[in-house]
Design a protein around this ligand. Structure first.
Ligand code: XMP
Length: 419
């Protein structure tokens, strides 16, 4: 039977065997569970001067994430270097709105920073590379699906050479996520780190929807009649990603604005129907404010990745996250991406042109239940929690947000992330 204490001890011994008397290990730490647990194992196995870590702040991390990672990992020993590269990331993202282009720019900027910081690895044969690769990663990168960027990060030429030379240490390569968490707890990592939800490499950059079209068409509100009554449905002029077989495709999404039943089974059915019946739609959401007026792209607001938009998303994400912690839902929900779209209501738009409300955004909640992220179903959360969350978001950020949407799409046909 599998016992995490044995696994931890076994891996510590293997790291010690592989590094012998004088080899050192360098780890790229992302802030996620996997690389943190890998770093912790390596730091336990070796004396501090033989362990080095690098954490790159892309500016697309969550609120207080960098500080938390710093505090919990520095306590483990080893020297962990923090590089704030947020200015570089934002500069490279200027004017980039296409989702795949954003991913590429973020991935390339990572490579640029890593090259500067770990170029020494190729000349110094005393260093091995430590990575937090877990078992499902080895399956996913072989397939080359949504996680190309994850693979990408670990494939700088220097790193590839190390891989070929067998100079890589991957103490988690045989483990699934829940096993990695058990090992992390065993090693004494803080709960918030061990139970941290998976977070995409490109971070909040892929949760901040941008406007690609200079002149987006207006939203269309249509009326759906079914046996439950009359539902007002909006189709905003923005796209989000979904999956069809192995490929990712961008399509429109719908918002059930008013008249939808507060019944998850019924909503699941309605989402499935609307997606099956309309080839141009791959995602469905409900509006938690029940505002009936159509969406427009917020006029005058920046529709690209900016620090100010990221800051607003960080605040919304932190509020949602805290509500889940308070409701003790962190371990039962697989992940809850919070995304943001530059959408406001048609009625507000004219008034908005002359006031600060022109920066209004719509917040999208995407909690999902899953085991390894290959498939997922939207979380059927208690309605009073959603009401509470909506109120909390408006209390704190009301002058900057228009609506709160809740994603009711399963994967497939949707994806977990919106880009
Ligand atoms: P999707 O959106 O494809 O996400 O259903 C599946 C899982 O992968 C995460 N994800 C990423 N992780 N780099 C990563 O390291 C990426 O570019 C990336 N894109 C998505 C996502 O959060 C989910 O857990």
């Amino acid at each position: 039977t599998w016992r995490c204490a044995d696994v931890a001890q076994h891996q510590i011994s293997r790291i010690q065997e592989k590094t012998g008397e004088n080899l050192s290990v360098f780890v790229l730490v992302s802030g996620g569970v996997d690389s943190a647990v890998a770093f912790a194992l390596i730091a336990k196995a070796l004396p501090a001067h033989r362990v080095a870590g690098l954490y790159v702040d892309t500016g697309m991390m969550r609120k207080d994430e960098t500080a938390k990672v710093k505090a919990s990992l520095r306590a483990l020993g080893g020297n962990l270097k923090f590089v704030d590269a947020s200015d570089l990331f934002l500069k490279n993202l200027e004017g980039v709105t296409n989702p795949e282009a954003k991913r590429r720019v973020i991935g390339d900027t990572f490579l640029q920073v890593q090259k500067e910081e770990c170029g020494f690895l190729s000349d110094d044969t005393h260093w091995l590379l430590g990575q937090g690769t877990i078992y499902p990663d080895t399956i996913e990168s072989g397939k080359g699906g949504a996680d190309v960027i994850k693979t990408h990060h670990n494939r700088v030429p220097e790193i590839e050479r190390l891989l070929r030379a067998g100079q890589v240490v991957e103490p988690l390569a045989q483990l699934y996520k829940d096993e990695v968490r058990a090992v992390g707890e065993k090693l004494g990592l803080p709960k918030h780190l061990v139970w941290r939800h998976p977070f995409p490499g490109p971070g909040l950059g892929v949760r901040l929807l941008c406007v690609e079209d200079e002149r987006p068409p207006p939203s269309r509100v249509v009326v759906l009649r079914n046996h439950r009554g009359v539902v007002k449905v909006d189709i905003p002029p923005l796209r989000s990603v979904g999956c069809q077989g192995d490929s990712r495709t961008y399509k429109n999404f719908v918002v059930f604005k008013t008249g939808y039943p507060r019944d998850w089974v019924e909503l699941d059915r309605m989402a499935t129907d609307v997606i099956n019946e309309h080839d141009a739609i791959n995602r469905a959401t409900i509006s938690l404010t029940n505002n009936a007026t159509p969406f427009v792209i917020t006029p005058g607001a920046p529709h690209t990745v900016t620090r100010s938009r990221l800051d607003l998303l960080r605040e919304a994400d932190a509020l949602v996250h805290q509500a889940f912690v308070d409701a003790d839902l962190m371990t039962s929900i697989w992940q809850c991406p919070v995304a943001m779209a530059p959408l406001t209501f048609h009625d507000n738009a004219a008034a908005a042109a002359s006031s600060s409300s022109s920066s209004k955004e719509t917040i999208i909640l995407r909690p999902v239940d899953s085991t390894e992220a290959m498939t997922a179903s939207f979380s059927k959360l208690p309605w009073d929690l959603l009401d509470h969350l909506t109120n909390a978001l408006f209390d704190k950020l009301g002058d900057r947000i228009s609506d709160v949407l809740f994603d009711i799409t399963n994967k497939p046909p949707g994806t977990i992330e919106w880009e």
